[in-house]
Design a protein around this ligand. Structure first.
Ligand SMILES: [Zn+2]
Length: 364
């Protein structure tokens, strides 16, 4: 009797183990989500001055390394650093690294400074400077190009002495603006909710480093090293771990939201995709781009993708392909859009009144 029980236990363990091994081996071999982490400044460029004695380049590096360490624990995330030590990296090389790596997300980490005791966190996406204060921050971060011996040639397009004139978005970058704003908002939310940091909000300004990348990109001012209390927090191991933790959490939720539907994963499920998966009272579309430019919603403007529509949303026009209540059909369209080069396209869902509803809500 006893040996029979033992046998049953072993059998059960075997079954569980083999099921587990099978599930593990069936993990899709699809591309991992790749994050490039950019610790601002370094080497001869210490970053912003702080009378309180805190060094931006050191703090940024420590937060960047802590962030990478936390993200690397996720088997579906790849981490690449622009620097892992105290070295000088040209501003244009930082974006170039992310582009060469074909990263899915670029995160540049910095600390703020001010001649008052201002404090709090702000996260930037690329855009026209909305006001003097944003311009001031961008100017300070951009000024590092003057340390590069050939900056006049290398940055000929950027007249950073009159930055308000320099950096507009091209269509390519506008395509990523929505996603950049999404991850930026998540970072600011987690800083506030989890860590109680003061929320100075998501902002737009013309950062050269963000202008050079071709993927969703943000620049985080993690706090003010000129503020005595905040500087101390940022310089502490606890502070760095916490800031890194909030960013890592944001990256994971962002990845889950945006990155789930990629062509290889789609291919592996192609059998299921043959079937219809109808959601009543829901319209799915694939968002291809968001732009301030008004283009004709014609197939020829969007690499011959069919069923193009255009919707005005604030200052932007959003361009979609497809319009269906069949979720599998829209997944097919997404794969097609991605294969035609809209690598950051994603599915959006609308209710009967044409109001956007979160996709995860629809699917659950
Ligand atoms: Zn900086």
């Amino acid at each position: 009797m006893r040996s029979r029980i033992t046998f049953n236990i072993i059998l059960t363990l075997l079954v569980v183990f083999s099921a587990f091994a099978k599930a593990y081996s069936q993990q899709p071999s699809s591309k991992k989500f790749k994050v490039v982490i950019d610790a601002g400044h370094g080497g001869d460029d210490p970053g912003k001055p702080s009378k309180a004695g805190f060094k931006e380049s050191d703090i940024a590096l420590k937060i960047a390394l802590a962030l990478g360490e936390q993200l690397e624990k996720n088997t579906d995330i790849d981490v690449v650093y622009t620097r892992k030590t105290d070295v000088f990296i040209k501003l244009r090389e930082r974006g170039a690294i992310a582009n060469r790596e074909k990263a899915d997300l670029f995160i540049s980490i910095h600390c703020n400074a001010h001649n008052t005791q201002a404090y709090g966190t702000e996260t930037y996406v690329l855009g026209l400077h909305a006001n003097e204060e944003n311009l001031r921050v961008a100017k300070a971060e951009n000024s590092v190009i003057f340390m590069e011996e050939d900056y006049e040639v290398a940055y000929a397009d950027y007249n950073i002495n009159s930055p308000e004139s320099i950096i507009g978005l091209n269509l390519m970058q506008e395509e990523f603006l929505d996603q950049s704003i999404l991850i930026a908002s998540m970072v600011q939310d987690n800083f506030t909710k989890d860590l109680g940091r003061k929320n100075r909000s998501v902002k737009q300004a013309g950062f050269v480093v963000l202008h050079q990348t071709t993927m969703p990109s943000i620049l985080i001012e993690t706090g003010f090293i000129t503020n005595v209390t905040e500087g101390k927090y940022l310089a502490s191991k606890k502070g760095q771990q916490e800031i890194a933790g909030a960013i890592a959490k944001s990256v994971r939720s962002y990845k889950d939201k945006v990155f789930v539907f990629e062509p290889t994963a789609f291919k592996e499920q192609s059998v299921a995709v043959e079937k219809k998966q109808i959601f009543n009272n829901v319209t799915f579309k694939v968002q291809l781009a968001a732009s301030s430019k008004k283009l004709e919603p014609k197939s020829y403007n969007f690499k011959k993708l069919p069923e193009i529509s255009r919707v005005r949303d604030g200052n932007l026009y959003k361009y979609y392909s497809g319009s269906t209540n069949d979720y599998n059909a829209i997944r097919k369209r997404l794969a097609e859009a991605k294969s035609k080069g809209y690598t950051s396209a994603f599915i959006v869902s609308f209710d009967d009144n044409n109001i956007k509803i979160p996709l995860d809500k629809v699917l659950n």
